[in-house]
Design a protein around this ligand. Sequence first.
Ligand code: GP9
Ligand code: MN
Length: 405
Amino acid sequence: DETEIMEINKYTKGKQKQANQSELHGMAKNKNVVLVFLESTQSFVIDKQIDNQEVTPFLNKLKNESLYFSNFYHQTAQGKTSDAEFIIDNSLYPLPGGSVFVRRPQNEYYSLPHILKEQGYYSASFHGNDAQFWNRSVMYETLGYDQFFSKEYFEVNEDNSVNYGIKDIPFLEQSIPYLQTLPQPFYSKMLTLTNHFPYLLDPEDQFIEEANTSQGVVNRYFTTVRYEDEAIKTFFEQIKDTDLYKDSMFVLIGDHYGISRNYYDALEEVLEMPITQTGHVELQKVPLIIHIPGMEGQVINKVGGQVDLRTTILDLLGIEEEKETVAFGTSLLSENHKNLVIFRDGSFATAHHIFSEGECLSKSTGEKVKRNKCTPYFDQVQRELNYSDKVVFGDLLKFLTNDRK
Ligand code: GP9
Ligand code: MN
């Protein structure tokens, strides 16, 4: 109810006040935001080679001319891609079970499209799957998207599709003319699809050899990631031929893990090391690359997660949320951003420690350490997950949004 939301609002406002602005504040003022979801892409593919062939040659280069976040984790749960979308647009946590997109699509949210609309931005999402998948067509309305370019907007045939639908290269290629028609500035979200379990590819799209383990899923994963990398490269080449490139900020992000625990035996073979309890948590790192044309590259070591991305984007755009709201993230570019990422199951990672399965562990050795290295975070971790669930299950934002209509 209203007293609850006031308490939660006060908590997150305090966090925001401390760390929502950095030295790069407003660096990308008025630019379009082109957010590209890298389906099932984990950070271990970055700078990785299979048989002396880079898995992500384009991303490896792009990250050197971009802000590259080396300690960035996904925070999704059962809602997979839809959780990543939810977390990023709302700076809230996903639900402990199911997908918010499916379970709470009629709530009021003060999401990124709403915030940007107040600054004159137009918002659109692009995805090659059916509009109903993950209840997107309904949830996107709620979240404030002006347009959803789903499967029906693309020319899809047997030749240009595989697995879930249209392949990433034609998908991104066919998206460009649509992007050019959008009113500017815009926020566009492009959801790729080819690098999706079970990682199927036509022979002509295979640019590197498969890995050589006992599991086909792991072997093929590297080839579909390599295809995705090629698609991003093609997209950048094509967009550079338009006026959009210099007027846009590009945000590339992995949505969630692609290789589950079931395949760790095979993954260990490729990584050439055992996957320990801390190793499993470290494998939840996903790439985050923010490319602002003309800006010099920089590696950001702050520990953070998807919940921090919205605040980071708004920091770069130089935008303040105009309305009272609840946002758990802080800017990863701020000196004051606290090194902490909270996972849905209550585990978490800091700069030096990982709390997982009830144990406090050292990141560097993987060994158990004194519990008091982790206890200082317990309250905050539980509080945030708890508060977020209250907001979503109780549709609490509507109490803050009355003045918005
Ligand atoms: C399907 C795409 C992939 O539309 O979002 O879904 P996922 O299984 O990754 O959640
Ligand atoms: Mn996904």
